[in-house]
Design a protein around this ligand. Structure first.
Ligand code: UD1
Length: 366
């Protein structure tokens, strides 16, 4: 089985790594190739993750870089088509919901190459979110919908996806987390940042939070109130740096005494920060899941989530973007009333194994 595995943006790397390891256990069955679209290209958004996740160098780098949604999507489609026409594949595997996921899936489907979507069926029901469009389109053209939770299966069935295409396998991102949790203990980020007590861990990069000045300022004012009580570590995504500068807050934030603004951190540092934080405040999708498994209270700075199981079973709480709500929920956590939660079914480190077994059992047919 010649499998083309497509990645492009930071959260893709943790999802593909366990699959690449799993294919290697069946060298006579699988011939995997790794394609990097180049959506993320900074060393600390890409190369560092390849190193820490022990990913092989990509076989092909499409070098598409940044751009508008249409530019990025179109460039990836053109390059993917060229690639798949020159090196035929039996299956294309795409992961997650970023701008690299959808175009790769469309191109493969149009060339009649079976498509597997890992992390299928998640829905925020918010079509202003670019990822929601990517999820809907990708699932619509996929032949294998590998899901992380029963709500995803239900979403797909409701949209008319035949049950034979849906496989509840668990969460590959958690395979990576459990595999590298021990190694993350060696991270020296706490020492480097001079953390010697309780702290909060903050990440923000969603367009709905950082692209609108008013919303972003409301969130920043909540962070200002919080950093007066608890040191906050905030690795700043490139999109967020751009907005902070554009809205004239970059210099001001450097002056907040208890806020540690740092460059985006690697995977091991991120897991260390999550594991040791008193509270995590984020708009990331993956961190809602990772904190659930680590048992750390997560306050999600969004009005909705495509990962409701992290709320119903895990440690996640949606707090929206209102200053008072964010501060009061954070104070609840600091007072010891954070959610404890339990680990969802199949978030056990064996999702990639289930996917590979499924592919062996239900071989792709052209
Ligand atoms: C993308 C994903 C989002 C994911 C996030 C993780 C989409 C639609 N969104 O958002 O789901 O949570 O990645 O980080 O695919 N930039 C750099 N260096 C880089 C990459 C980006 O400076 O290596 C800057 C560029 O100015 C770029 C901007 O960040 O225009 C946004 O990058 P982009 O890939 O378009 O989206 P993200 O916001 O990173």
């Amino acid at each position: 089985m010649r499998i083309v595995n497509v990645v492009g943006a930071r959260p893709n790397f943790m999802k593909i790594a366990p699959l690449i390891q799993e294919y290697r256990k069946h060298p006579t069955e699988f011939e995997p190739a790794l394609v990097h679209t180049g959506q993320h290209y900074d060393d600390n958004m890409s190369k560092l993750f390849f190193e820490q996740l022990h990913l092989p160098k990509p076989d092909v780098h499409l070098g598409v870089g940044s751009g508008t949604h249409s530019e990025q999507t179109a460039k990836i489609m053109i390059e993917m088509e060229r690639l798949l026409l020159s090196a035929p594949a039996d299956l294309v595997v795409v992961v997650g919901d970023v701008n690299s996921t959808m175009p790769a899936a469309i191109v493969a489907a149009k060339l009649c190459i079976p498509v597997a979507h890992v992390e299928a069926g998640l829905r925020s029901f918010d079509r202003t979110m670019p990822e929601e469009i990517n999820r809907l389109v990708t699932d619509a053209v996929s032949d294998y919908c590998f899901t992380t939770s029963p709500d995803a299966d239900e979403n797909l069935l409701r949209e008319g996806v035949p049950a034979e295409k849906i496989f509840f396998v668990g969460n590959v991102m958690i395979d990576t987390l459990l595999g590298l949790k021990e190694a993350s203990r060696q991270s020296d980020i706490g020492r480097r940042l001079g953390l010697n007590g309780e702290f909060g861990f903050v990440t923000l990069h969603r367009p709905s939070n950082v692209d609108l000045k008013e919303t972003f300022e409301e969130i920043l004012s909540a962070l200002d109130a919080l950093q007066r009580e608890l040191p906050l570590v905030f690795p700043v995504h490139p999109r967020t740096v751009n907005r902070l500068k554009q809205f004239g807050h970059w210099d001001e934030l450097q002056g907040w005494p208890n806020l540690k603004l740092v460059e985006p951190v690697g995977y091991l540092d991120s897991v260390w920060l999550m594991s040791n934080a008193k509270v995590v405040l984020t708009d990331s999708g993956g961190m809602q899941e990772e904190t659930t498994v680590l048992g750390i209270p997560c306050l999600t700075i969004r009005e909705n989530t495509e990962r409701p199981i992290t709320i119903s079973e895990g440690t996640n709480t949606l707090v929206g973007t209102n200053r008072e709500k964010i501060v009061s929920e954070a104070n609840r956590v600091l007072a010891g009333h954070g959610k404890k939660g339990r680990v969802p079914k199949f978030w056990d480190g064996k999702a990639a194994e289930r996917i590979v077994n499924c592919l062996l059992e239900h071989r792709p047919k052209k």
